[in-house]
Write a protein that binds this ligand. Structure first.
Ligand code: ADP
Ligand code: MG
Length: 454
């Protein structure tokens, strides 16, 4: 077996163990370049990847290599600096899923120069397995502004801390460089409305100046500029102008770059030269830590069993977790006594019900149809077209999973026998458990639903 084959095998084993973003970030551009006297030399694209892999995955990788080659004794990591390739300026069709906009109501104490909310800091960001990589990357960028990890792209579901983290980078940079480096934060909606305004008022030059006159541009929820051609165009030029001047660009999105077709196509080589990290659902310990941290900050108390109950009830959205916690604290304060388990349970049920209660079966079908770029009647119709099989099964799965509808009812809704529905549900369920890219699709569809219903 040659070195390349050996490395490909090792990578395929590692791919199973790592999240998609970690894998793409750390190992995608790696190579096994040499072996000498039991030492295996692995080339990595940057120091960040080197440090991370050395500390976290060295043992794993060595173990895997040993399975194939028992002479392996030690790994050495080396950094090869690849220049990002030239940009391709291919024009591609605009093809985004439109999502409802998220309200940014947090207007307190926002710094007018940077648009940053000082509440978001790295210190107040609780780290766990689900966001460790993103957090490490964020901290590293503060010391390497505009150079090594540019652009930085972070993605993950609603309420999982993207805005918090990217604003924290801005705040950190502002403080660390004592104002010498100027960050600027902007939501995609704001960027879009600025472009529209500038076009209407023939003030494009001002607009350009405004966004190019900073050292760190942070753009939140980039998926929302999808489909707005002029805004995309402007973003693209702004991006290039900043990038060429070694300014740091930080982007957040609800989906990975590969799933934003227009942007990705245009900026692919830039993204390859940068860093991508994902944030996924927080694990139990992290949810407890977040609750305890909030209690500590606000100097309040809750019995442990209530903390446990909240942490066990809200698993997918930290914003929602905070919302429920606030309601419970509010209730406790009003009553002046420690809250009991039953009341806490009721509050949780009410808030989570109202959250899910607004989702209807038709919305689910629409979300699935949108995701697969088709129409609802195609899901319901009798057609046996192969490309409809997966969307239809996913629709059945989600009707059951989210709304707990009965199999016969789902069957009726989609014009299928209830045994077919059971089979589809189980099939998708299995698929989710063994296949993480597939799971990612399901998460994205759910996210689009929850987003619209918040
Ligand atoms: P997103 O932008 O991904 O939708 P946000 O950054 O707005 O999510 O986070 C939602 C809320 O949860 C915010 O109040 C944020 O401060 C809090 N939050 C998210 N992740 C963390 C974390 N790891 N530690 C502490 N608070 C967090
Ligand atoms: Mg956000």
């Amino acid at each position: 077996m040659d070195l390349n084959q050996l490395w490909q095998l090792t990578l395929s084993e590692m791919e199973v163990q790592l999240s998609r973003a970690s894998f793409a970030t750390w190992l995608k551009n790696s190579q096994l370049v040499d072996k000498r006297e039991g030492i295996f030399y692995i080339a990595l694209p940057n120091n960040f990847a080197k440090e991370w892999i050395e500390n976290k995955y060295q043992k794993n990788i060595l173990g895997i290599i040993r399975n194939f080659d028992s002479s392996a004794r030690k790994l050495e990591f080396i950094v090869t600096n690849q220049e990002p390739k030239a940009l391709t300026r291919k024009q591609v069709e605009v093809d985004f899923n439109k999502l409802d906009t998220q309200a940014g109501l947090d207007l307190v104490k926002i710094d007018p120069d940077t648009n940053l909310n000082p509440r978001y800091t790295l210190d107040s960001f609780i780290v766990g397995a689900s966001n460790e990589l993103a957090h490490a990357a964020a901290s590293a960028i503060v010391h390497e502004v505009g150079s090594k990890y540019n652009p930085f792209f972070i993605y993950g579901g609603v309420g999982l801390g993207k805005t918090h983290l990217i604003q924290a980078i801005g705040n950190e940079i502002k403080n660390y460089y004592k104002g010498k480096l100027r960050p600027k934060y902007v939501s995609s909606e704001k960027f879009t409305s600025d472009v529209v305004w500038a076009i209407r008022n023939k003030r494009m030059e001002d607009m350009k100046k405004k966004y190019r006159d900073c050292d760190v541009l942070i753009i939140d929820d980039i998926q929302f500029i999808g489909g707005k051609e002029k805004t995309e165009e402007e973003f693209f030029h702004t991006f290039n102008a900043l990038y060429e001047n070694n300014k740091q660009i930080i982007i957040s999105s609800d989906r990975p770059p590969q799933s934003i077709p227009t942007l990705e196509e245009r900026l692919r080589s830039r993204f390859d030269g940068g860093l991508t990290a994902d944030i996924s659902y927080p694990e139990y310990e992290m949810r407890v830590a977040i609750i305890k941290n909030r209690l500590q900050i606000s100097n309040r108390q809750l019995p442990d069993h209530v903390i446990d109950l909240v942490a066990n009830s809200i698993k997918r959205n930290i914003r929602e977790l905070e919302g429920v916690l606030n309601k419970i604290l509010f209730y406790q304060e009003k009553k002046g006594t420690e809250i009991d388990k039953k009341t806490a349970q009721e509050i949780i049920e009410k808030s989570t019900q109202s959250f899910l209660g607004r989702i209807t079966d038709d919305q689910i079908l629409k979300a699935v149809a949108d995701f697969y770029h088709t129409e609802v009647p195609n899901l319901i119709g009798r057609s046996r077209k192969k490309e409809m099989v997966e969307p239809r099964q996913v629709a059945m799965y989600l009707l059951r999973d989210i709304l707990r509808m009965s199999y016969p009812y789902i069957g009726e809704k989609l014009g299928r026998d209830h045994t077919t529905v059971i089979h589809s549900f189980e099939k998708i369920n299995q698929e989710i458990n063994k296949n993480s890219p597939f799971n990612q699709k399901i998460i994205m569809i759910k996210e689009s639903l929850y987003n619209k219903n918040q």
